[in-house]
Design a protein around this ligand. Structure first.
Ligand code: CA
Length: 227
């Protein structure tokens, strides 16, 4: 039965935290690999095919932010849940182009971390619908292959960016509030605040460039618009 839910990679240099995460995740049926520095974590992420990564920010060697950047720039799109001990690191974690899917601040309850991992996996493993691609303006999204093209060229999105775009494109023209997006896309409400939504929207926009179909409705939220 081991590994039945897939392998979660925990990159964490504080052994007591790593141990307790291992215990909780194992109890939930995940396989768990623990690495305690950034370089080993990066190698494991590339070689062990984890379904998700719990990535500490402050690590010996490469820090968590650098590990994430390197993974994303090498084309790895698995969900990444950041752990940070410092509130002032959150901006950096959520910074543009970073590609993290969620974050949690220490001290955290291991139960909450497991809930977040399950939530991000639920989102990224949702059964695809059988409909064809949805097209809004120059942006085309195919839920079956989880591919997005812009003006005919494929764009590489993280799991969360894809889910966010998919949800917005499910009803073009409809305005969704940040709270709606948080609960529908992230699977929980207002725990992390709306900044997470704004940052992921900004990431999507930077990838769409001149073909960006996202409209900000001031004081309300976001929609995608038919060009
Ligand atoms: Ca640390």
């Amino acid at each position: 039965m081991k590994d039945s839910k897939g392998l979660v990679l925990v990159v964490e240099d504080e052994k007591p935290i790593a141990d307790i995460l291992r215990m909780y995740l194992t109890r939930e049926g995940f396989g768990v690999q623990v690495e305690s520095d950034g370089n080993a974590g990066l190698a494991a992420a590339k070689n062990s095919h984890p379904v998700a990564i719990i990535l500490d920010v402050g690590l010996p060697g490469l820090d968590g932010v650098e590990v994430c950047k390197e993974l994303r720039s090498s084309g790895f799109q698995m969900p990444i849940l950041f752990c940070t001990a410092r509130d002032d690191e959150v901006d950096r974690i959520l910074g543009l182009e970073m590609g993290g899917d969620d974050y949690i601040t220490k001290p955290f309850s291991p139960r909450e971390v497991v809930a977040r991992v399950k939530s991000v996996l639920r989102r990224t493993n949702m059964t695809p619908t059988d409909s064809g691609p949805v097209v809004v303006g120059e942006v085309s999204l195919d839920s079956n292959s989880r591919r997005v093209t812009v003006a005919g060229g494929e764009v590489s999105l993280t799991a969360t960016e894809f889910d966010l775009l998919e949800y917005l494109m499910s009803q073009p023209g409809r305005v969704f509030s940040r709270d709606q997006l948080l609960s529908q896309v992230w699977g929980y409400s207002s725990v992390v605040g709306s900044r997470t939504v704004d940052v992921h929207i900004a990431q999507l926009r930077s990838k769409f460039g001149v073909h960006d179909p996202i409209r900000t409705v001031r004081g309300v939220g976001y929609s995608v618009e038919i060009a």
